[in-house]
Design a protein around this ligand. Structure first.
Ligand code: NAP
Length: 280
């Protein structure tokens, strides 16, 4: 490898669908940095060896996606947020140590701040749909921003209850059948896979939300999910999954390549074109 070239990668299994290379290679080109960002398809049984040999493979760090986020946490020295969320999506090397963080936290918040400024002003209650890894990042983010009541609705109720144990009394598990949870929600976040291409639609009637509610979507394939379409049709403010994807990439790029990149309209257009052509 060229000694002056810095490299990073996204490691997952599978990983072909990832848009992260488009994002990071766009920034490398934009800032004239001699670097490369690649895809690494690594099966679960080989992940530990891969993570331990990042430096030997010429990498300054990596993004980590399904199914390796929990393993990445265990194999590294996590920061406070990765430990609290229970998953790491970004690895970097620091003085010979393998460190990790979870940039979905700032990705979620920075996107929400950009799309719906002051979304948290006077926010009484948020509703989070889902209780998986992404939901944990969202709940951690909301608690960090002072949201005092977070209703968590999940197909498997016991997982929502587990989040109350993890994050404390701000978390209130509820059931899909309890329609009253939406009536006073200032923010609703879809952190399930529902609405994703190939998955059922999310069974949520946006007419039950108050007129000031903000709707945040984590799914970004398709770009405009049925939830986002319905929310926009009702005139609600929305934040989409593609926005979060772009903002979560900022932290890794900064750590590996030494420059804080900007989320630009040009980057968004590039990703939208890619998502649209993949859907054809
Ligand atoms: P995960 O850990 O597998 O969790 C999946 C969640 O979806 C669980 O709450 C699960 O409920 C629920 N679910 C799955 N199938 C369902 C069904 N048929 N009916 C009702 N609920 C169902 O996945 P994750 O990592 O949290 O990811 C969740 C979503 O966030 C994915 O769409 C992912 O692409 C997206 N995401 C986006 C970004 C971004 O940057 N935009 C970042 C991270 C994640 P159970 O607990 O009952 O199984």
């Amino acid at each position: 490898m060229n000694a002056t070239l810095r490299a990073a990668c996204i490691v997952g299994w599978p990983v072909a669908h990832s848009r992260s290379p488009l994002i990071h290679n766009y920034w490398l080109k934009r800032y004239g940095i001699a670097g490369e960002y690649r895809r690494e398809a690594v099966p679960p049984e080989q992940f530990a060896e891969f993570a331990r040999s990042l430096a030997a493979r010429g990498y300054a760090g990596a993004n980590v996606t399904v199914p390796h986020k929990e393993a990445a946490l265990k194999l590294s020295q996590p920061d406070e947020r990765a430990r609290a969320v229970g998953a790491a999506n970004t690895l970097w090397l620091e003085g010979g140590a393998l460190r990790s963080t979870n940039t979905d936290v700032e990705g979620f918040l920075d996107n929400l701040d950009a799309c719906a400024p002051q979304w948290d002003r006077g926010l009484g209650k948020a509703v989070v749909l889902g209780a998986g890894g992404a939901a944990r990042g969202v709940i951690y983010s909301l608690i960090g921003r002072g949201v005092g009541r977070i209703t968590v609705v999940n197909r498997t109720r016991s997982r929502a209850e587990g989040l109350r144990q993890r994050f404390g009394d701000a978390v209130h598990p509820a059931d899909w059948s309890d329609e009253s949870v939406l009536a006073d929600a200032g923010l609703v976040v879809n952190a399930t896979v529902l609405g994703m291409a190939g998955q059922p639609e999310l069974p949520l009637d946006v007419r039950q939300l108050p007129g000031h509610a903000v709707v945040a979507e984590l799914v970004y394939v398709p770009l405009v999910t049925p939830l986002l379409r319905a929310a926009r049709g009702r005139g609600l403010s929305t934040a989409d999954g593609l926005g979060m994807l772009m903002y979560q990439a900022v932290g890794g790029f900064t750590l590996w390549f030494g420059r804080a990149p900007e989320v630009t309209a040009e980057l968004r257009a590039l990703l939208e074109a890619d998502l649209t052509s993949a859907a054809d």
